[in-house]
Design a protein around this ligand. Structure first.
Ligand code: DPM
Length: 373
C-alpha cells in the first residue's frame, strides 16, 4: 500500500533561499504564498492553458492572487521557417525560462511536448495536469468533401511541419504531399480555410478541444497511422527547483497517471537523445491493474525505416512510500508520489530506449539528425 507523506513531512521542506516575495500567512489554507505570477506565451492557446492552470489552482488556493504575464518567444517570432530547421531546442520556452530564472515569474505553463527533456539548470516541471486527448487529428479544408485521409486525391497537400507526423503518415498514405505550415493554431486554420493550397492539416486534438474547435476535427488518427509526440496533450508547469513552496502547492493539481505516463515517455526520448528534430513517437496507457504500457516508434524521415516496440511495467508499489524531494524524473518532480513508482515509470522509458538501440535505432536517428541539422 502506498502511504502519502504526512503533513509534517511536507512542512520539513526547506523554503526557497532569499525569496522575499513569500510571506508567511494564510496558514489555514495549507500554504503561505500570497501571489503567483504565471509566465505564458501570448497565443490564444497558450493564454487559455495558463488560465486553465490558474483556475485549477484557484480551486485549491482561493486566497492567493494570480497574475498572468504574457511574453513572446523565438518560436512565435520566426514564422517562416520549419520547426525542425530552426535548430533551437527551447524555441517556445527560452524567454519564459529567463523570466523564471530572474524571478519575474514564479511558474510557467507549457504544452509538455514543447519542453525539452533536459531543462536549464535549476528548473523543473513542478506538476503535470490531467492529459487531454493526446492524439493527432485531421482538419479538412472546407472545400474538401473527404472524411478520411485515404480519400484525398493523389498529390493533395497536407499541412504540418512535424517530421514525426510526416514520417508516419507518409508510410500509410503515400499519395499525399506534406508541406510545412507554421503559426499558431488560429493562423493555421485561417491558412487552411483561405489559402486553398492545403487540403487538410494535421493538428493535435488537445489544442482544438481546448479552443472549443472540436467541430473542426475531421478524423482522429489511430496509433497504427500516427502515434503522438512525447508529452502531447499534457500541460506542464515549470518552476524553480529550489522553490519548494511552489512545488508543494503545485502537487495539488498534478495528475498521477498523466505524470507517470509522461515520465516514461520523456525518459524514452531522453535516452534516445531525441528532440523535435527527429521522428520519435509514443503511445502510452495505464490500465485498471496499474500496468503502464509504453509503445514507442522511431522512423526515418521518409518513413521507409522504422522500429516500433512496446514494454510494460506493473506500477503497484513494491515498497512502502519512499519520500523524495530533490530527485527529478526526466525533469519532473512529484514529491507527493513514491520514489518506487516514479522510478519504475522512468526505468520503463529507459528500458524501451535500450531495446530500440539494440534494434538499431541509432542509425535511423543519426541519419534523421544529419538531414535536419
Ligand atoms: C512540437 C511539434 C509541434 C508543436 C512537433 C510534433 C507541431 C508542429 C507542426 C514539438 N510542438 O508534434 O511532432 O505540426 O507544425 C504544438 C501544438 C501543441 C503544443 C500544436 C500541434 C498543442 C497540443 C498539446 C506545436 N505544441 O501539435 O498541433 O498541448 O500537446
Amino acid at each position: 500500500m502506498e502511504i502519502p507523506p504526512s503533513e509534517s513531512a511536507c512542512k520539513k521542506l526547506k523554503t526557497e533561499n532569499g525569496s522575499l516575495k513569500i510571506k508567511l500567512q494564510d496558514q489555514e489554507n495549507g500554504n503561505n504564498i500570497e501571489k503567483i505570477r504565471v509566465g505564458s506565451r501570448k497565443s490564444q492557446l497558450a493564454l487559455f492553458q495558463s488560465n486553465f492552470v490558474v483556475d485549477l489552482l484557484r480551486k485549491h488556493y482561493k486566497n492567493i492572487a494570480y497574475d498572468i504575464v504574457p511574453m513572446s518567444t523565438t518560436g512565435d517570432k520566426i514564422l517562416n521557417v520549419a520547426l525542425s530547421k530552426i535548430g533551437e531546442k527551447s524555441l517556445f520556452t527560452k524567454e519564459l525560462e529567463i523570466a523564471l530564472e530572474k524571478r519575474e515569474v514564479d511558474v510557467v505553463v507549457h504544452s509538455l511536448k514543447d519542453l525539452p527533456t533536459t531543462l536549464p539548470p535549476g528548473m523543473v516541471i513542478g506538476a503535470i495536469c490531467q492529459r487531454e486527448n493526446p492524439f493527432d487529428v485531421v482538419v479538412f479544408s472546407p472545400d474538401c468533401k473527404c472524411s478520411h485521409l485515404k480519400d484525398l486525391p493523389k498529390g493533395s497537400i497536407v499541412g504540418t511541419s512535424s517530421l514525426r507526423r510526416i514520417a508516419q503518415l507518409g508510410r500509410v498514405f503515400p499519395q499525399l504531399t506534406f508541406e510545412s505550415i507554421r503559426g499558431n493554431l488560429n493562423t493555421r486554420l485561417r491558412k487552411l480555410d483561405e489559402d486553398k493550397n492545403y487540403s487538410a492539416l494535421i493538428i493535435a486534438a488537445a489544442g482544438l478541444i481546448r479552443l472549443d474547435l472540436e467541430h473542426r476535427i475531421g478524423m482522429i488518427l489511430k496509433p497504427e497511422e500516427c502515434m503522438y509526440a512525447v508529452g502531447q496533450g499534457a500541460l506542464a508547469i515549470e518552476c524553480r527547483e529550489s522553490d519548494v513552496q511552489t512545488i508543494e502547492l503545485l502537487s495539488q493539481i498534478s495528475d498521477k497517471n498523466t505524470t507517470l505516463r509522461c515520465i516514461a515517455e520523456r525518459s524514452f526520448m531522453k535516452s534516445l537523445e531525441g528532440g523535435c528534430s527527429v521522428p520519435i513517437a509514443v503511445n502510452s496507457s495505464i490500465d485498471k491493474n496499474e500496468k503502464l504500457t509504453l509503445c514507442g516508434g522511431v522512423f526515418s524521415l521518409d518513413g521507409s525505416k522504422s522500429i516500433i516496440e512496446e514494454l510494460s511495467v506493473d506500477l503497484k508499489p513494491t515498497k512502502p512510500f519512499q519520500f523524495q524531494v530533490k530527485k527529478h524524473y526526466a525533469a519532473i518532480v512529484a514529491p507527493h508520489l513514491s520514489h518506487n513508482i516514479l522510478s519504475k515509470a522512468e526505468s520503463l522509458g529507459k528500458d524501451l530506449a535500450d531495446l530500440f538501440l539494440e534494434k538499431g535505432a541509432e542509425a535511423i536517428l543519426k541519419e534523421a539528425r544529419g538531414t535536419t541539422a
